[in-house]
Every structure is written in structure tokens, then in C-alpha cells.
Design a protein around this ligand. Sequence first.
Ligand SMILES: Nc1ncnc2c1ncn2[C@@H]1O[C@H](COP(=O)(O)OP(=O)(O)OP(=O)(O)O)[C@@H](O)[C@H]1O
Length: 231
Amino acid sequence: MIKIQNLHKTHGSGDASVKALKDINLTIEKGEMVSIMGPSGCGKTTLLQVLSGIDRMDSGEVWMDETPIHRLNDKQLSDFRLHHMGFIFQAYHLIPVLSALENAMLPILARGEPLKSAQAKAASALRQVGLEAKMDRLPAEMSGGQNQRVAIARAIAGAPRVIWADEPTGALDSESSEQIVGLLGMLNQTMNTTIVMVTHDANVAKASSRTIMMSNGRIVKSYEILGGTRS
Ligand SMILES: Nc1ncnc2c1ncn2[C@@H]1O[C@H](COP(=O)(O)OP(=O)(O)OP(=O)(O)O)[C@@H](O)[C@H]1O
């Protein structure tokens, strides 16, 4: 479970400062698939970055199960991210000179696991996303949808508690977008991994079990989605 209490975040300082998050309170249960929506600049990416510990909050509390994310130092945060979180970004963030398999292995190697174990976990994740035949391909040799599937394999290879996805379909055409959303929904159900996803696209949000609407740094609405993956 992720529990967020009285969370505030300001970017910059002085006259140029922007209050990006204002008193966010939210609980996300284990195994939920949650979409965060709202107009440009309302604070969606900032929320994802603060929850995942990529960025620091001004004040408030973020608990992941029994772990107080707000109290961890930089080293503890980076260890926690490596062991318990997976990340998917709009621009894939794959390393161009590495194959699909090598890209998917990276977070596991970064944890200090042996090469063989990293290879086995990455290969299994690539099979789960349907890329068993493309493990040796470089990012430039695959489509956008395939690259995003590699990124998803990289995110799930280490069996994280939560996957943070920032506009995972933002760079894809509608068909690839549908496939990626279907894949995330399937992984959410079969692995019971919590997924928190920022999206502009109401069709993408439909696949989740709950949508949270933000406006001007605040959560203004939260609603369950009938027909979503877990309803
Ligand atoms: N590093 C930064 N320095 C200063 N201001 C920032 C920074 N990052 C974000 N902001 C500001 O904080 C507010 C929230 O930004 P954020 O990127 O979280 O919004 P968003 O809802 O994800 O927007 P979009 O949908 O356009 O990606 C915006 O006003 C933005 O300009």
C-alpha cells in the first residue's frame, strides 16, 4: 500500500517558485492500477517523481508499506528504487548500443545480482511482453511499441512492488498505444503489481481501476472505472 499524507512540493525559489503539489492526500492499495490525469502543468509528473523518490518533497509523508520514503537518505532511496520500483517513460530511455536483453538486464545488474541471474530474469520478462524473438535487437532496429515493451520488460524484470509510468503511450500511434495499455493491464492482473500511470489520454486511463484528476497542484476528483482491469 502507498499512503501519501499532506504532501507539498515547490519547484524553484523566490519569485520564480511554483507550488506544484498542494496538500496531496491519497492511498493506493496493493495491486491497483491508477491513472493520474489533468491539464498540462497541474503537477502530474511532479507527483510521480516525488512518490518515487526521484525528487524531494517540501513536507508531508509518503509510506510504501512500512517504509517511510520521506525519511530515506539519497543512498537508501536509490537502493529502495532499485529493489522495489520499476519505471516506464514516454521516451523509453533505452540505451541505444545495448540489445533488448541487455537493456532489460540493467536494473538487475545494478542491484549487484550475478550476470546469469540477470540474463534469466530479463529473458523471462521479455517473453512476458512477447519479445522472445527480438532479444538481440538494438532499439533502432525495433518499432516504438516494441521499444516500449522492452522498457516494460526492464521495469518488471526485477519483480517490483510498484511501476511508475509517465505517459507510457505518449509517443505511440493508437494501435501500439492500445497494445501497451493492454499489456500493462495484463501484467497488473497476473503479477498483482501496483501501477501508477500519468496519462493525457482518456482511452488509456480506461484500462485502469481508478482515475485521479488533478488541477493546479491538487487532487480534485478520484473515481473508480467500471470495466477497468480490476473492477
Ligand atoms: N524543475 C522545475 N523547475 C521549475 N518549475 C517546474 C519544474 N518542473 C515542473 N515545474 C512546474 O511545476 C508545475 C507542475 O509541473 P508538472 O511537470 O508536474 O506538470 P504536469 O501536469 O506533469 O504537466 P504536463 O502534462 O505538461 O507534463 C508546472 O507549473 C511546471 O511549470
